[in-house]
Write a protein that binds this ligand. Structure first.
Ligand code: AKG
Ligand code: FE2
Length: 330
């Protein structure tokens, strides 16, 4: 296996900037979001975010200010980690997110999946970085720089999404700044080397408010009907893909829905970097009080990230939207 070729693929595809079509996924100009809330440009973007969240549960973000060198540095570190991990299979551990670092080898394609993954927390960076892999030696620095930038973008995006629900700007900024960031780094082989497995990661929705994904080539797919039909998410030069997680569905009392997605194997090896954002581990998330009244009663029980970890540790996680289904008030 050669994971380094992924980076070569990225520099050609991403730097050439010729993948203009985004399959009608709306593109949000992050630069305009940073304007003062009184300026008209920001309110237009907030309206675009509202439409995207309501209709699709996802959007792309451009002009986010994360440099190509920070993105390619993180990709290169992830790629080197997977390269070395694949060579020394003994280093893989069975995973448990209650431990700060999780990594797993599933290249043999058990459980209908075929990928390598590394998961670790990232915010606040100084608390988590001591748990990250020490090899390759530049892993912590490169992934740290990327995680920090993504966290900055995430806080502002979640703020904007809450504003699009009719709440004031900076509604939950402090809780978000101190909130959870979980980095999920995935390596997928090309489909010809994976014992005929076509699926890298089965259908699921993510925990958290939003997930921000950078993928080196196409492979991510989304579904609006719980997996009956799938729509590919095409890479767009320099753009980040953002989709809604289960806790955004809870927070918005069902106004916005979490997005079911999966990853398929393609003709190229692929790396994706998914960053999941929520409140801190023990903070309960329930419907915002402003969105609940007699006509709109609470639709979900409150839960925290720790509750989610408990849920998956008991083996009740059957993919799809099983966690949020367990929260529904009949
Ligand atoms: O590889 C991808 O594009 C999707 C990754 C993902 O959904 C996840 O890590 O939760
Ligand atoms: Fe996911």
């Amino acid at each position: 296996m050669s994971v380094n070729s992924v980076i070569g693929g990225m520099s050609v595809a991403q730097l050439r900037g010729n993948e203009a079509v985004t399959n009608q996924i709306p593109v949000i100009d992050f630069g305009l979001l940073k304007q003062k809330s009184t300026l008209p440009a920001r309110s237009v973007i907030i309206e675009d975010i509202k439409n995207a969240c309501q209709k699709l549960g996802c959007f792309h973000v451009v002009n986010h200010g994360i440099s190509k060198s920070v993105i390619s540095g993180a990709l290169e570190a992830a790629s080197a980690f997977f390269q070395q991990a694949a060579e020394k299979k003994s280093e893989f551990e069975s995973y448990d997110l209650r431990k700060p670092v999780r990594y797993e080898a599933a290249l043999q394609g058990n459980n209908n999946k075929s990928r390598l993954l590394l998961k670790h927390y990232a915010n606040p960076l100084k608390d988590w970085i001591p748990f990250w892999p020490q090899n390759p030696p530049h892993y912590r620095e490169n992934m740290g720089a990327y995680s920090k930038e993504i966290q900055r973008v995430a806080v502002q995006l979640i703020d904007a999404i809450l504003e699009s629900l009719g709440l004031g700007s900076n509604y939950q900024t402090e809780k978000l700044e101190n909130g959870m960031q979980l980095m999920a780094l995935n390596y997928y082989p090309n489909k010809n080397t994976s014992q005929n497995f076509k699926l890298g990661l089965p259908a699921h929705s993510d925990y958290g408010f939003i997930t921000i994904i950078f993928q080196t080539c196409d492979g991510l797919q989304i579904s609006h009907n719980n997996g009956d039909t799938w729509q590919p998410v095409h890479i767009q030069s320099g753009a980040l893909h953002v989709h809604l997680g289960d806790h955004m569905e809870v927070l918005s009392n069902g106004t916005y829905r979490s997005l079911v997605h999966q990853a398929v194997l393609g003709c190229e090896e692929r790396i994706s970097m998914a960053s999941i954002h929520g409140f801190s581990m023990d903070e309960k998330v329930g419907a915002l009080k402003e969105l609940v009244d007699e006509q709109h009663p609470k639709r979900y029980r409150e839960s925290s990230f720790r509750d989610f970890l408990e849920f998956i540790s008991t083996g009740r996680n059957f993919g799809g939207k099983s966690f949020i289904k367990s929260l529904r008030i009949a």
